[in-house]
Design a protein around this ligand. Sequence first.
Ligand code: WTA
Length: 650
Amino acid sequence: MSEVHVHRVQPAWKKNALIDKDTYLKWYADSVKNPDKFWGKHGKRIDWFKPYSKVKNTSFDGKVSIKWFEDGETNVSWNCIDRHLKKRGDQTAIIWEGDNPYDDRKITYNELYAHVCRLANVMKKHGVRKGDRVTIYMPMIPEAAYAMLACTRIGAIHSVVFGGFSPDALAGRIDDCKSSFVITADEGLRGGKPIPLKDNTDKAIEIAAKAGTKVEKVVVVRRTGGKTGWVAGRDVWYHDEIATVKAECKPEKMKAEDPLFILYTSGSTGKPKGVLHTTAGYLVYVSMTHQYVFDYHDGDIYWCTADVGWVTGHSYIVYGPLANGATTLMFEGVPNYPSQSRFWEVIDKHKVNIFYTAPTALRALMGAGDAHVAKTSRKSLRVLGTVGEPINPEAWEWYFNVVGNGKVPIVDTWWQTETGGILITPLPGATPLKAGSATQPFFGVKPQLVDGDGKVLEGVASGNLCIADSWPGQMRTVYGDHERFVQTYFSTYKGKYFTGDGCRRDADGYYWITGRVDDVINVSGHRMGTAEVESALVSHEKVSEAAVVGYPHDIKGQGIYCYVTLMAGEKPDEALRKELVTHVRKDIGAIATPDKIQFAPGLPKTRSGKIMRRILRKIAEDDFAALGDTSTLADPAVVDDLIANRQNKR
Ligand code: WTA
């Protein structure tokens, strides 16, 4: 391996930093030695209606049970809003930056309180009660945050579905958690183009009804004024409804382990899983990581470019920052509209201090050239962050040198929907940086590298990344399917949480995430199960079989490569290829658009019929010289055809 350049902690990063190196070492040691004491202290960073007397009660064995602060009572919206009002009622809570650069808004904490209370009252008026599931299918507008917080205020469980998902995908999520209440908008707006959210919702509701889930009420926010369908009695306008209720709503007293939200995420098999997070542990963990990982100080302007449809948006646009009384920026648009300078212009416009984005966006912007960055000031920046996928050292150095002028630390934060918050990350004032490494565990996190046989590896090693013990932000179960939770995360390596990621630890104890070791791929930072794309493909009448793998892609990180076997008599041609691409987009959404489709008369299978994905991955990578042993294949000749017709010839 080539020499890695270490970026030392600069004096300016240390100057007002909340955590220096010694504090990190001390707190980390305390946190893993005595988690009860450590979290017992830090649990007090949020307010409680009823204080907890128990802290940690978790087991990764047998049935797996995870409880934190279990006898305490609190409320998330009350922590994110009410407790700030006395001191910072007039401070901006949310800066909204529209898709159009001339469109923006600021919402103070006082205003946030009124918006959230009104929407909570609207939900109550229509019969939503504690424990009910509410689906939120929204563009990146403040009302998305109001909707989430309003749910938490009355104890309803929200399920936010990313606005880029198709009606089919939305329907599946509505049906899985039996959600009868939906909050959406007429249309979204991204890069100047409208997204038909309400029309998608209408279609999804029809599909869900056929599956047995009836949606009773749809609250519609008017965003663009575009034309939409309307079902009288079922659909109501947000602006009409909030005028009928009071701007005050008492927060429900929630038990620490009451469900907070469900967020669907892809796994290596089957349908997306409903990851369930609960109230108190999640809030403690996201507020603490938001403060220390980003070295957040009172008054900082903080911007995370994620969408609220993903976990990053939940934890680090809405809950973490608002629990800390921060000013959080919500961006409706895309990085390259109206120009490739948009991110940097928004940073200058709102004097952003902390900026958190995905490697895929950085790679695309890097490709557009430095001039788009150089023409902006970016003087306000103090901390930069990345999340969602491994960042290649070139993109990291570009972010550091060009965006940050070599003066701003980068926190490469590794975590997952399941983990609730950041687990492995540098801390700006404490951790020397290495381009491409997520560096070291956050407080209370015990990473372990394990080999294929479950043996724990010490020192310098490569293996499967597990976490040995619980942390408060961890998911508690798969909604409605605890057995799947146990099977997916705790059965591969007994007594450990298995992340699904491969990882290397270097001589300094730094962690380098190498990517998924299961059949999950990461396309532009969006997580996707290859099984989902396969199931979309085989639902097409002309397809008999499909196998999907990821391959390295310069901008997206990974691209989607599909091997498709057609029904007897079907002709493989360009028209069908286009039709299949459209079909997958319709079934899942644009994020699942296949990059390559290879028509394959046969797939490489073992004699027992198992598809050998290893071979398919290699061919997709154009690395067929190293196919390894193919002698166990039922018909080794299929491999020659696959190689001859590969779509990624260099
Ligand atoms: C990947 C996103 C390398 C990883 C918060 C993980 C990363 C999956 C990083 C979770 C990082 C996330 N470096 N890989 N800093 N952050 N990943 O659930 O493979 O959408 O398992 O959560 O993204 O994706 P998810």
